[in-house]
Ligand binder design. Structure first.
Ligand SMILES: Nc1ncnc2c1ncn2[C@@H]1O[C@H](COP(=O)(O)OP(=O)(O)O)[C@@H](O)[C@H]1O
Ligand SMILES: [Mg+2]
Length: 249
């Protein structure tokens, strides 16, 4: 299926250190390298601005701006971000990736629920899973209140040890919630280094984590960008809040 409108992918999780900035930059870079989209841009909504500098290090020719939204006086940034989201949606081929702060506030969360998908990185640890679950429930309530199928909530298991059997834990943990679980990203020493040194496509391609990234991109392309998830909900005819859909391959 071909996408009908521009797409907004928001990387969010109120827990810090789960991989929001890292994954938002890698996904933005992978989209840019794929040459599939007309216009791609990343917005860093965290005051630290770490994804602005990270993206510059791996993929220079992609638009990237910083609109921090953590404080009361950041209200203007919320308004600008909201307009940018509207503009992105107008034209197919547009992609906006948003990296969000650890505590985005209620206004921030409500703005992000206007995305096409909220991508939620989380590792298989008790430090990260429970706050992530609370967040997903909160998003789910907002969707329920407006009876909406968007945003799709996509859980990306991150920093996973090579032993894949732990992935069942994710499916169990998010049971009965309206989420999809994407392919995992393994724990990678390369990802830790990417914050410290410059790397571009030719180097990243040689890393073992690249095959994980490709699977995540295939998943996002098919289910989010090409609207397969929209289609699944459409076939259901109405928005049924049933078991979570596990799409781990
Ligand atoms: N798959 C991974 N393997 C190894 N380290 C990772 C992975 N994903 C993220 N990290 C590391 O975890 C730390 C936090 O990531 P970051 O993207 O800054 O999180 P957040 O934006 O959610 O606070 C960084 O040091 C990053 O390099
Ligand atoms: Mg961050």
């Amino acid at each position: 299926m071909e996408a009908s409108r521009g797409k907004i992918l928001t990387f969010a999780n109120p827990k810090g250190g789960v991989g929001k900035s890292t994954l938002s930059c890698l996904v933005t870079a992978m989209m840019q390298w794929s040459n599939k989209y007309e216009s791609i841009q990343l917005v860093d909504a965290d005051k630290q601005g770490s994804s602005v500098s990270l993206l510059q290090r791996i993929c220079k020719n992609v638009a990237c701006s910083h609109y921090p939204i953590s404080y009361e006086y950041d209200k203007l940034n919320l308004i600008m971000l909201s307009q940018l989201m509207e503009n992105t949606r107008m034209k197919k081929g547009n992609v906006l990736v948003i990296d969000t702060p650890a505590r985005p506030g209620q206004e921030g969360i409500e703005l992000f629920t206007k995305s096409h998908a909220i991508i939620v990185p989380v590792s298989n640890t008790m430090a990260e899973l429970p706050p992530t679950l609370d967040f997903v429930k909160k998003l789910d309530k907002i969707k329920e209140r407006f009876n909406k199928i968007h945003p799709h909530i996509v859980i990306i298991p991150n920093k996973i040890h090579q032993n894949r059997k732990h992935l069942d834990d994710f499916v169990n943990f998010f049971e009965n919630l309206d989420v999809v679980i994407g392919p995992p990203l393994h724990d990678s020493s390369f990802i830790r280094k990417v914050y410290l040194k410059s790397y571009e496509l030719d180097k990243i391609e040689k890393e073992t984590i690249f095959s994980d990234l490709i699977k995540v991109m295939e998943f996002l392309n098919k289910y989010v960008m090409e609207e397969e998830l929209d289609e699944i909900y459409r076939i259901d005819n109405k928005y049924e809040r049933s078991n979570n859909l596990s799409l781990i391959k």
